[in-house]
Write a protein that binds this ligand. Sequence first.
Ligand SMILES: Nc1nc2c(c(=O)[nH]1)N[C@H]1C(S)=C(S)[C@@H](COP(=O)(O)OP(=O)(O)OC[C@H]3O[C@@H](n4cnc5c(=O)[nH]c(N)nc54)[C@H](O)[C@@H]3O)O[C@H]1N2
Ligand SMILES: Nc1nc2c(c(=O)[nH]1)N[C@H]1C(S)=C(S)[C@@H](COP(=O)(O)OP(=O)(O)OC[C@H]3O[C@@H](n4cnc5c(=O)[nH]c(N)nc54)[C@H](O)[C@@H]3O)O[C@H]1N2
Ligand code: SF4
Ligand SMILES: [Mo]
Length: 700
Amino acid sequence: MTDAIVADASQQQSTHTVHGTCHHDCPDSCGWTVTVDTSADQPVAVKLRGRDDHPFSYGELCPKVNRFLDRVYSPDRVLHPLRRVGPKGSGEFERVRWDEALSDIAARLNGIIAEYGGEAVMPFSDAGNQSMLARDGLSNRFFHHIGATRLLRTICGPTVGAGVRMTNGTGLGGDANDLEHSKLIVLWGTNTKLTNRHLWPVIERARAAGARVVVIDPIRTVTADDADWFIQPLPGTDIAMMLAMMHIIIRDGLHDREWVEQHTFGFDELVTQVADSTPEWAAPLCGVPAVVIEQFAREYASIRPAAIRTLIGAEHHENGGMFYRTLACLPALIGAWRVRGGGLFRSVGSWQDELIDEAALDRPDLLAERNVRTFNMSRLGEILLDAEPSVRAMVVWNSNPLVIVPNADAARAGMARDDLFTVVHEQFLTDTAKYADYVLPATTQIEASDVVPAWGHLWMGWNEAAIAPLGEAVSNGDLFRRLAAAMGLTEPALFHDDLTVLRDALPTIDIDALRRDGWVKVPFPDSGTPWAEGGFPTPSGKVEFASASLEQMGQPRLPIYVAPTEGPGGPNSDRFPLQLMTPKHHTRFLNSSYSHLPKHGPSEGGPFVEIDAADAADRGLEDGDAARVFNDRASLELPVKITTRLRPGLVAIPWGWWRDQHPDGHVANSLTNDTLTDWGGGVAFSDTLVEISRTEGSSR
Ligand SMILES: Nc1nc2c(c(=O)[nH]1)N[C@H]1C(S)=C(S)[C@@H](COP(=O)(O)OP(=O)(O)OC[C@H]3O[C@@H](n4cnc5c(=O)[nH]c(N)nc54)[C@H](O)[C@@H]3O)O[C@H]1N2
Ligand SMILES: Nc1nc2c(c(=O)[nH]1)N[C@H]1C(S)=C(S)[C@@H](COP(=O)(O)OP(=O)(O)OC[C@H]3O[C@@H](n4cnc5c(=O)[nH]c(N)nc54)[C@H](O)[C@@H]3O)O[C@H]1N2
Ligand code: SF4
Ligand SMILES: [Mo]
């Protein structure tokens, strides 16, 4: 959408404004307005600000994206195709023409497919751009058609969805904007003020109307600092606290008998299951005093409307699925779903998904071979090093795996293989791009139009390109159209234009109206209470405290606490007694994006390890010392920061820095655990054990 064209004669500048939507993997999907100076030969974006009338972000962006134009016009942008000339990882490339790059890439991919079959090619991508065309537009069709190995995108969210579905039959939850109506808001394993900042004003409005805000997190986050009550369990142990809460609620008759009777299944079994889950039993397991669990359970059961808000962070444990299955039992037990502002609030991505015709977008009918193998992205190291038959080619876009996957040094060893042919489509020479044979230049969000489905609110946004692609950058859609043409493929669906793809994928949406208006609200019940009268799509039609389907899968029928194996008390805890968290704690980073930019990275200091004073003293460590953080996967050298944000037994390396910014070429994820979670195929980043020692010769 282009607004008024303004001619400013005194400045010899003519500018116009274009509206768009942020593409980052962030729940807020903010609306923005770009001012473009059209007086030069090539129009230049001169200002990017929040769009005032956006229904969720209301004109505010965030410390990452306020300087988005620095990213767009960074001198470090990759603007031309590059071919590797040095060893993998060296970052030595030469500029080549697009046609040269494409014909070589096409020959290599066709050769690999002819010799080893389509499955020797592996796509790798995530939600680096979560817009529809950029994320799934032409790429799935392309890889289906060539019969490539399929990728399970498991690094963010699948465990939450799977766990909630085990109890509710659906991953759908309430609309977080309805927290405004809540009187008790429990932020359980989510760092709202940092990761979902535009929800905070909604919470503050509820608070002004008398709501109480409880934060439950093993780390005293910036959100915890602002809570009315902060409860700090040990990571991966909340299930014990939830079971004790259910014990107390049932023991004291605080459950909603009528709602439980009508809309839940297996209550009697639950009563038996939690009979011994006293707060005294849970306290030593989760590290929360029994009196605190008692008081919290009583408040949760008696204040209405009571909301539990959660996002992703707590899924990264072996028992992550069970965490969310158990969490989903709590609102049912107290009948919280009855009223607006009560219930469980998580990603609303699944409400948006209801508008998307996945088959029309992904075209599974194009699968060249129906039974192609599937790989879980979280096991990248193992895939590249051990898979049989071997992966021979990898195409990466929308992601920086060498910084973001767990057990990252194994992934790096895999990407260093000389017999692996790698193409990376990127805006910058990331750690991953440095391992590519070809790096192809990618557009930024202001250079390509798209649709942005949100997962933190119900407005699906339009993004209009504000400027032409810089240099020779191409959008993700153009990349796959170019690759298909160069490889001599002729399937028409591989060449559909962007609007055709969008119209097919969103059959009920008027794309022209979306483009004109900037957003469309996805359907959600006006009452704000989708399940006040039950109607959960489980086999029993009710919230399932007891689940026959789980039992059939060989899983526990009822919620149960099982401690993660790589945790305190586990087989490795003698050698590695500290649990490592690698949280998103940088205001100016979005995962691994931005950490390399001058106005973002330096302002966050540099990588460090945080540790409690007692644990530091036990190891002779003082603030600022250089220390080695290690386990069997890797050893990192980092400065020590003594903190009061962590309990004893925990350390944290806020994550997102690239190898270059770390003293010794490892990254936080070099240490993390790639064990998969119980359900959903997610990964247990936070079940990681380490030890720390003072670096020899470290000066004070
Ligand atoms: N500024 C900023 N914003 C972001 C991002 C970013 O990198 N920077 N990333 C975006 C992305 S991709 C996502 S998925 C979202 C994530 O949004 P959130 O889920 O809100 O964020 P996380 O930091 O992943 O995790 C939230 C909290 O879960 C806690 N946690 C971990 N384990 C447990 C546990 O066992 N129990 C409990 N109770 N809590 C636990 C962590 O300590 C952390 O503080 O944020 C998005 N927004
Ligand atoms: N230790 C630890 N590891 C984690 C997490 C954690 O909390 N701790 N969080 C996990 C989570 S929740 C997530 S979502 C993942 C995030 O992991 P990723 O999705 O890989 O996120 P980013 O690191 O932001 O990398 C995205 C990349 O996509 C590129 N990009 C952006 N737009 C486009 C585009 O239009 N086209 C192309 N071709 N490229 C584009 C950017 O330049 C950037 O390099 O990390 C996971 N890893
Ligand atoms: S990163 Fe998130 S908060 Fe920042 S502008 Fe984008 S959507 Fe908004
Ligand atoms: Mo994420």
